[in-house]
Design a protein around this ligand. Structure first.
Ligand SMILES: Cc1ncc(C[n+]2csc(CCOP(=O)(O)OP(=O)(O)O)c2C)c(N)n1
Ligand SMILES: [Mg+2]
Length: 577
């Protein structure tokens, strides 16, 4: 193979040459990686320019963390690794939170970062933005690679792509030192060095014995329950999931980002009877859902006293028995597992007992009826329910719009109130409950799908990523941001317990006008104080596709501490005495 050379040792002048910049761009294009989310600077400024010139869509953000969240959610939506491009050390570190978030959430993403001179970094001689980035990234992602020679760029990308999307997807770090970009090599040898990755995420077929076992357990159920996780949404096996749920006749409970796989209004949806189905079910089939904190680890009060058997479908064998015993582990990709289950169920599968279904229906109707009048209130200042009532109707009328959501009360109440009608139309804080995913997710959702986006944000949550409204305006994206502004974190009513003039730790400027921020960038800003005003503003934004920010004024006393997860706040043993 022709070796790449540095600028100092140029190959013969009559050769057609290529360089690291071009090989990186060609490696991406060859593998269908057509969008970059990043922030320019040394040593990747020219890479971004050249990628744009070569037809890759390059979206420049105001902060790498938001670009990283965009890449992460692009991975979730497309099943291809989302690409985030950052500069060395500080830019790299800014992107790292998103890389770890992608890994935790099993989203395929590649963080590509420029880095400084290896020789200088490794001797710790104080290079420009000196940092051993590969070592720092390793524990925070699924895999990490560094490419030192231009002729290895093709293989480097192949390894990164495979690591990101095969098996359980996750975040991958790809370290590209500054020197690599300028290396030149024979163009033909360069072309040959590139790798088009074939079958990057191969099917993983479950064993026949595991399928049989799972069906036997499911058949034995008197009170079955199916839990759909975001792994099920990622799999894009929507038809098979719907077929299995409907054939089983069992209630299903969608985790937050699995809402819409079957519509929340489906008669088997148990979202509004969550506590009943978790407690009273006797067989639980988990599809791409992990028994982590979000499902109370599969045990304790939430799950009740009745003995239960779990069937778990997951691509990662080590997920089984992670918290409790799994009676029927089914390891494979979700499409293959569901295909095998459906085949095994045949044409005469007995639906879940009618008694169980009617008990759930009664509970669901009771809870829905309790909530209905609250959603119709026209209070000013608004409470969460009054505001969410109108937003719920807007999403119902526009089922293909994508809902992005973060905050505490702003998150938990939105998740409970707003029905989702189609797969992958709800994007949120994920496994960690991380604040700041909002604007990056909204941008990627608009870019990757071309659909209108409604981002419902707590005022604190928005603060983590708010500067990206400039990015939204710059790229003229059809994003409407609604800030449920209750003057603070959880509530705007806290007082400084020390009695000084500083405000309390959880409150912000009273009556802040976030709508004015977007006007600075040419977007539409609206201050909404009633549900009617909110409805009008959001409908107009969704119709026009113009970047819009609605400051929805919420009663500062309306929220509760930590939304629905206040129980996770540590309590002092002293206080209890
Ligand atoms: C990165 C990050 N930092 C801090 C937190 C802790 N936290 C959880 S919710 C929240 C903000 C909640 O306030 P807001 O978004 O205004 O929602 P509200 O409950 O007021 O509707 C914060 C800071 C977090 N989850 N993630
Ligand atoms: Mg708030």
């Amino acid at each position: 193979m022709t070796q790449a050379t540095t600028v100092k040792e140029q190959p013969a002048p009559d050769q057609e040459l290529t360089d690291g910049f071009h090989l990186v761009i060609e490696a991406m294009k060859l593998n269908g990686l057509t969008t970059i989310y990043g922030v320019p600077g040394i040593p990747i400024t020219d890479l971004g320019r050249m990628a744009q010139a070569a037809g890759i869509r390059v979206l420049s953000f105001r902060h790498e963390q938001n670009a990283g969240y965009a890449a992460a959610i692009a991975g979730f939506l497309t099943k291809k690794p989302g690409i985030c491009l950052t500069v060395s050390a500080p830019g790299f570190l800014n992107g790292l939170t998103a890389l770890a978030h992608a890994t935790t959430n099993c989203f395929p993403m590649i963080l590509i970062s420029g880095s400084s001179e290896r020789e200088v970094v490794d001797l710790q001689q104080g290079d420009y933005e000196e940092m051993d980035q590969l070592a720092i990234a390793k524990p925070l992602c699924k895999a990490a690679f560094r490419v030192l020679h231009a002729q290895d760029i093709g293989i480097g990308f192949a390894r990164a792509i495979r690591a990101a999307v095969s098996g359980r997807p996750g975040g991958v770090y790809l370290d590209l030192p500054a020197k690599l970009f300028g290396q030149v090599m024979n163009a033909e040898a360069g072309r040959k060095s590139l790798v088009k990755v074939i079958d990057a995420a191969p099917e993983q077929i479950p064993s026949a014995a595991a399928v049989k076992r799972a069906l036997e357990v499911l058949k034995s159920a008197k009170r079955p329950l199916i839990v759909l996780g975001k792994g099920a949404a990622y799999a894009q096996a929507d038809d098979a999931i719907k077929a299995l749920v409907e054939k089983s006749g069992a209630p299903f409970l969608p985790m937050s980002m699995a809402k819409g796989l079957l519509p929340d209004t489906h008669p088997q949806c148990a979202g509004a009877a969550r506590s009943t189905v978790l407690k009273d079910s006797d067989v639980v089939m988990l599809i791409g859902a992990r028994l982590n904190w979000l499902l109370s680890h599969g045990k304790g009060k939430t799950w009740g006293e009745a003995p239960k058997k779990f069937i778990q479908i997951d691509i990662e064998p080590r997920e089984m028995d992670s918290n409790i015993e799994i009676a029927a582990p089914l390891v494979g990709d979700i499409g293959s597992c569901l295909g095998a289950l459906l085949e095994g169920m045949g044409g005469k599968w007995a639906a879940a007992p009618a008694e169980w279904m009617s008990a759930i229906k009664a509970k669901r109707e009771e809870n829905v009826a309790k909530m209905a009048p609250r959603l119709m209130n026209n209070n000013s200042p608004m409470d969460y329910h009054g505001a969410l009532g109108v937003l719920r109707t807007i999403i119902k009328e526009r089922p293909d719009a994508i809902l992005v959501n973060e905050g505490a009360n702003a998150l938990d109440l939105t998740r409970g109130v707003i029905d989702i009608h189609q797969p992958r139309k709800r994007l949120d804080v994920g496994t960690w409950g991380v604040m700041g995913i909002g604007m990056g997710s909204a941008i990627a959702a608009a870019v990757e799908t071309g659909k209108p986006v409604l981002a419902i944000e707590g005022d604190s949550a928005f603060g983590f990523c708010g500067m990206e409204i400039e990015t939204i305006c710059r790229y003229k994206l059809p994003v409407c941001v609604v800030i449920l502004n209750n003057d603070g974190i959880y509530r705007g009513t806290d007082v400084n317990r020390g009695g000084g003039s500083d405000p309390a730790t959880t409150v912000f400027v009273k009556g802040a006008r976030y709508d004015r921020m977007i006007e600075a960038f040419g977007g539409v800003g609206v201050n909404a104080t009633t549900p009617d005003e909110l409805k009008r503003a959001v409908n107009a934004a969704m119709d026009s596709g113009q970047p819009t920010l609605v400051n929805a004024v919420i009663d500062p006393a309306a929220g509760s501490e930590s939304g629905r997860i206040g129980n996770l706040n540590p309590q002092s043993a002293l206080r209890k005495k």
